[in-house]
Design a protein around this ligand. Structure first.
Ligand SMILES: NC(=O)c1ccc[n+]([C@@H]2O[C@H](COP(=O)([O-])OP(=O)(O)OC[C@H]3O[C@@H](n4cnc5c(N)ncnc54)[C@H](O)[C@@H]3O)[C@@H](O)[C@H]2O)c1
Length: 132
């Protein structure tokens, strides 16, 4: 049985949407081979992280995104931070071997987004961006 631990980095409006989505599909996507765990919510505002974790049933809170990405227990990372942080945080998560779901816009320039796309293609994880 492989366990995938999920972390959401950015506990604002869209972090809540990701939390709701993971929670809604957690049971449906589980199988004899896989389970998905609502592990950590990270935000620089720790009270916001704590509130989101409580509402959606995440076990842990954090305020340092670099520590979350360095944590080998974390398998899947949602990047739901302000736009200017997406490239830095998603790139670090990809380099750490995580599966990454990064909010739009992926980056602030097309060149930066192309670099991230190449990195995602070369990485072992399954990654994507989000447009609603
Ligand atoms: N896919 C869509 O349809 C859709 C819709 C709206 C917004 N978005 C995108 O989602 C992203 C988030 O939007 P939002 O409305 O939730 O913003 P928000 O401001 O509500 O949330 C961002 C959170 O990031 C936290 N944060 C900021 N700097 C941080 C740091 N250094 N470390 C940890 N946490 C930090 C803030 O405290 C805040 O809680 C934006 O990039 C936006 O473009 C996507």
């Amino acid at each position: 049985m492989k366990t995938f631990n999920i972390a959401i980095i950015g506990a604002g409006m869209i972090g809540a949407a990701h939390a709701s989505g993971y929670r809604a599909h957690q049971a449906r996507l589980a199988s004899d081979q896989h389970q998905f765990v609502l592990h950590t919510v990270c935000d620089a505002r720790e009270d916001a992280a704590r509130e989101l974790a409580k509402v959606w049933g995440f076990a842990h809170v954090a305020s340092d995104w670099q520590a979350v990405i360095a944590d080998p227990e974390i398998d899947i990372v949602s990047v739901t931070l302000p736009n200017f942080m997406h490239a830095e945080v998603a790139t670090a998560a990809l380099r750490a071997g995580k599966h990454v779901l990064c909010e739009k816009p992926l980056a602030l320039t097309a060149a930066q987004a192309a670099e991230m796309t190449a990195l995602a293609k070369a990485s072992k994880g399954v990654s994507g961006s989000v447009f609603n």
